[in-house]
Write a protein that binds this ligand. Structure first.
Ligand code: GLN
Length: 313
């Protein structure tokens, strides 16, 4: 059952947060290891809430598209679970990694089985699973299609420049994929699998669109959004559990402590947080902390969640 919400109160909280964030001087640093992302101006901030019943509420640069990056791993997981269900967990674990999202070291110790689907090797295995079941023809990427349907926005697209930049500089991700290929945990061609992964990371969406596209995670697995995503109540609970424990890489514990909601971040500066039975919150600001999470997006969601008493605890 959706909880009652006070739209005017949320709107004024978002306006207040957006105006304070505009004046923040400590904004972190834009990701530079993907050259195209380093060109995004640092002084932007947007926030949107997509409640379960009612249109999105937003403030700041909520209609500026940004690179969703690792947030795409949530949609990819939904697609892969739709194909193979719980057998996915034979190839990917469900434990927080405590290591950076692109770490190689743990993968060797654990014989090519990534800790969880939200670090890069886990997401690369998920891409491989998707490609085993869908052709992955460019232009019809299943993750892109799902985002478009969930946000009801057919114009959502892949930022081709970001994609080219990721392909060019993606040796570390290819190394992860080759290692897993050697261990038998990648079945397809490394080039195809990593390019499919880079493509989903390069999808550009606005805060408003992304909040609408992730709202299904707040619905308890019921209603029209959950139907589009093809998730049951149980699957919804589990994806939220993974977001809570693994969604912000090696800062997931700290984020759970500060915010108390399942979250997923990306190096484009976006953070999604799910307030069950209420809706989805997305904040975006391109400056990151040393773990790769947006400084202002986390701060804004923390303030909003505290102010409105949204926590799963
Ligand atoms: N495309 C990025 C990478 O593979 C995604 C990382 C992220 O958002 N944490 O490195």
């Amino acid at each position: 059952m959706p909880k009652q919400i006070d739209i005017a109160k949320i709107q004024s909280a978002l306006d207040d947060i957006a105006s304070r964030m505009a004046g923040e001087s400590d904004r972190g640093e834009v990701a530079s290891y993907i050259p195209e992302l380093s060109r995004v101006p640092l002084n932007q901030f947007g926030i949107a809430v997509a409640p379960l019943n009612g249109p999105p509420i937003f403030a700041g640069d909520a209609d500026v598209p940004f690179s969703i990056q690792s947030i795409s791993k949530v949609f990819a997981l939904v697609v892969a679970l739709g194909h193979v269900g719980a057998t996915l967990w034979r190839r990917v674990g469900r434990e927080p990694s405590g290591d950076p999202f692109n770490s190689i070291v743990q993968l060797e110790f654990e014989r090519g089985k990534p800790r969880n689907p939200f670090i890069n090797p886990g997401a690369i295995v998920v891409s491989d699973v998707i490609l085993e079941h869908e052709s992955g023809e460019f232009g019809r990427h299943p993750v892109l299609e799902l985002c478009r349907r969930l946000a009801d926005a057919p114009d959502i697209s892949v930022d081709e420049e970001v994609f080219a930049s990721e392909v060019k500089t993606g040796d570390r991700n290819r190394a992860l994929a080759y290692f897993m290929l050697a261990e038998g945990n990648i079945k397809g061609e490394v080039k195809k699998v990593t390019e499919s992964y880079f493509r989903q990371c390069s999808i550009a969406m606005t805060c408003r669109q992304l909040a609408e596209a992730t709202r299904f995670l707040a619905s308890g697995g019921e209603g029209p959004d959950a139907e589009i995503a093809g998730v049951t109540p149980e699957r919804t609970r589990r994806i939220n559990a993974l977001m809570m424990t693994c969604g912000c890489y090696d800062a997931s514990g700290e984020v759970a402590f500060r915010i108390g909601l399942p979250c997923k971040s990306g190096v484009g500066g976006g953070v999604v947080a799910i307030a069950p039975s209420v809706g989805s919150i997305v904040a975006w600001s391109p400056g990151l902390d040393e773990k790769g999470n947006s400084v202002l997006a986390l701060k804004a969601i923390e303030e909003l969640a505290h102010g409105l008493g949204w926590s799963v605890f």
